[in-house]
Design a protein around this ligand. Structure first.
Ligand code: HEC
Length: 196
């Protein structure tokens, strides 16, 4: 009986402690205040393992390397992803440096196609990565995955040519030139500097 009482008292103590921590407002939720190394490692490992597990069940489409699919993905990427994941020739965006966790530069790092599909479709809690499955069908998401397989190492010129050849997007209307990485695009700083 005595041990049971001690365990219950300890549990109560822990619950009260957590309650006090939450209620006190002591935790700094600012995106410019990094996690402790241990917290970050735990979160990243949880995320990586969870994505690996879920991605393993996904079957790759047979037409993943179809040229048209890749071109469609190029248009999608240029329209929706570069402010966070950059593009060849883009140094940085105005948005990206303030994000925590920092989105990977997908013009430099390659991603596993199944894992990329899962993350693009479902997004990632407590990060800025949206669940694109809320507004895009699987076929469109696969086009982005197909393009991501080609993106790392692409030159700014190759990138620009692909985006220019991308088919118009039925879901969003014709591509707006402002989303293309042409030099002298209408905004300053953040968008679309192809660098040549
Ligand atoms: C508002 C910022 C933002 C936008 C826009 C965005 N992402 Fe992300 N994305 C993130 C962040 C942040 C992460 C990292 C999440 C993490 O590490 O927990 C991420 C992760 C990913 C990953 C996983 C990378 C890896 O190494 O596992 C892929 C793939 C990805 N995004 C693709 C896309 C695509 C494709 C688009 C456009 C349709 C897009 N993202 C738009 C912020 C963004």
């Amino acid at each position: 009986m005595k041990t049971v009482k001690i365990i219950l008292a300890m549990l109560l103590f822990i619950v009260l402690g957590i309650g006090l921590f939450v209620w006190s407002g002591i935790y700094n939720p600012g995106a410019d205040s990094p996690h402790w190394k241990i917290t970050y490692t735990l979160m990243q490992t949880t995320r990586e393992r969870a994505v690996e597990q879920r991605a393993a069940a996904i079957t790759l489409p047979t037409n993943l390397y179809d040229a048209q699919l890749i071109l469609k993905g190029a248009g999608q990427y240029a329209a929706m992803c570069t402010s966070c994941h950059l593009a060849p020739g883009m140094k940085d965006s105005e948005l990206r440096p303030g994000l925590y966790p920092l989105p990977p530069n997908l013009s430099k790092v390659s991603v596993d196609p199944r894992e990329a599909f899962w993350v693009i479709k479902h997004g990632m809690k407590m990060s800025a990565m949206p669940a694109w499955g809320a507004s895009h069908d699987d076929a469109t998401i696969w086009s982005m995955v197909a393009f991501l397989q080609k993106l790392p190492g692409m030159t700014p010129v190759q990138y620009r040519e692909m985006v220019a050849k991308a088919p118009p997007d039925e879901e969003m209307g014709p591509m707006d030139d402002a989303t293309l990485p042409v030099p002298g695009g209408h905004t300053h700083g953040g968008h679309a500097h192809a660098g040549d």
